[in-house]
Design a protein around this ligand. Structure first.
Ligand SMILES: [Zn+2]
Ligand SMILES: [Zn+2]
Ligand SMILES: [Zn+2]
Length: 437
């Protein structure tokens, strides 16, 4: 196998049947940092402004404002200076457009990439193993809807950023947007839980990793730095796999998602043996067990209701959403066990609605039912499980059950110490929360 490029413990290689990939050059134990990589560029989403520094993404109180636009916030003068080459793309334009300044986040990120390409035409420190020009665009697989979205983003880019940027021709722009959309989706899928409000583009080595449903690493971010830690023992020569998708669901659902979004199906051990599917699709133990057709129909119903709910979230009021969850749980509960992943999916949605409505007791009830089966269905170190323990812990503490709260938060920390590293600021924040209560 031909090796291209190398970094400390990792190198780029040709993964049989998968194209390019990343492999280990040495041994890593669970919790070891396999590699870290700075973001090529990054942008804080508009609704997070004021909570985080625009430059280093530190979350703190008392950030100071950009004196010109009064919209961007920084730790200090150094961070403001560091961000200026990027912020200047928006600072005066925000003042000019005022309330009407509303480019999409993808447009904002693209403007930064174009600016960066101009100021750093050479390969940057975040492109050691893979240049941005090598990123996959999957241009040929874009449907009309996505093509239209891209054209409207290109229009937005010209509208809001024309002053400071030089634009490539339309074909090159479409390709760049396709790359960004593809990479952002991949990041959004994997990082949704950790970082809902920030965008990165993108860590080459992160983009090089292939998918497995039994991943041996997890990607987290410390500020704008991507950190990749082992969640299984890794030997020299092993391929490094991350997961692109939510691993809760059974094999068929996972591969549908992979095919839809990433244009391949997975052949990992989990997908071949379908080991976890029986538990994920657990049926109720009834004296008169449901017939296979009934089970099949219920799975079909479950998939439909998940899709229907996903759409309903955009327009239905919370009370109706909660009703949708409860009705579907009632119906599925006649066939499915409470630990069945379709039940868990709807309970998770119901918990989200309760949190939104500040119904803490309701949220806690759902969370208590979810967390144990979650721990069985997900891999040993999972951000989804950590995030559930974190939510539960905070709910317990908010509801004055301090000892249960601490226990749950400690479970979250145990996972995060492996995934995020022991010295991650998130962990000190959680420890502080425990001390304060
Ligand atoms: Zn800062
Ligand atoms: Zn400004
Ligand atoms: Zn798989």
């Amino acid at each position: 196998m031909r090796s291209e490029g190398a970094s400390d413990g990792i190198e780029r290689f040709n993964s049989p049947g998968k194209g390019r990939g990343l492999q280990a050059r040495k041994e890593f134990e669970v919790g070891d940092l396999v590699f870290s990589c700075p973001a090529y560029t990054h942008v804080l989403t508009v609704n997070e402004r004021g909570n985080h520094c625009e430059f280093c993404f530190a979350r703190k109180e008392g950030l100071s404002k950009c004196g010109r636009c009064k919209q961007a916030f920084y730790c200090n003068v150094e961070c403001q200076r560091g961000d200026w080459p990027m912020h200047k793309l928006e600072c005066s334009s925000m003042r000019t457009f005022g309330q009407n300044w509303n480019p999409s986040e993808t447009v904002r990120l693209t403007a930064r990439i174009l600016a960066k390409q101009k100021t750093h035409p050479e390969r940057t420190s975040s492109e050691k193993l893979l240049a941005v020009s090598e990123f996959e665009s999957h241009l040929d697989k874009l449907d009309n809807e996505k093509r239209e979205l891209i054209q409207s983003d290109i229009a937005g880019l010209h509208h809001f950023y024309s002053k400071h940027l030089e634009y490539p021709d339309n074909a090159a722009m479409v390709e760049l947007f396709a790359k960004i959309v593809f990479r952002s989706k991949a990041l959004e899928d994997t990082l949704m839980l950790a970082l809902p409000q920030r965008l990165y583009f993108s860590n080459d080595s992160v983009a090089l990793m292939n998918h497995s449903c039994c991943p041996n690493v997890i990607v987290t971010y410390k500020g704008t730095l991507a950190e990749v830690r082992a969640v299984q023992a890794i030997n020299p020569g092993d391929e490094i796999f991350t997961s692109y998708i939510d691993l809760l669901y059974p094999v068929e659902d996972r591969n549908e998602r992979l095919k839809d979004s990433y244009f391949f199906t997975c052949d990992c051990q989990e997908c071949t043996t379908k080991e976890k599917d029986a538990a994920k699709l657990e049926m109720r133990k009834l004296n008169d067990p449901p017939k296979p057709e009934v089970v099949k129909d219920m799975i079909k119903y479950a998939r439909n209701v998940i899709e229907e709910f996903r759409r309903a979230k955009h327009y239905k009021p919370p009370s109706e959403l909660l009703e949708m969850c409860e009705l579907s749980l009632d119906k599925m509960g006649s066939v499915f066990e409470d630990t069945n992943v379709y039940m868990l999916h709807m309970m998770y949605q119901a918990m989200g609605v309760c949190l939104y409505m500040q119904d803490w007791e309701g949220a806690l009830r759902y969370g208590q039912k979810i967390v144990k089966p979650y721990s069985r269905h997900y891999p040993a170190y999972s951000l989804n499980v950590a995030s559930m323990w974190l939510k539960l812990g905070r709910l317990y503490i908010g509801l004055e059950n301090k000892s249960a709260g601490e226990k749950a938060l400690k479970k979250a920390i145990a996972i995060m110490e492996v995934a995020h590293g022991k010295d991650h600021p998130y962990i000190s924040e959680i420890n502080k929360e425990m001390e304060e209560h």
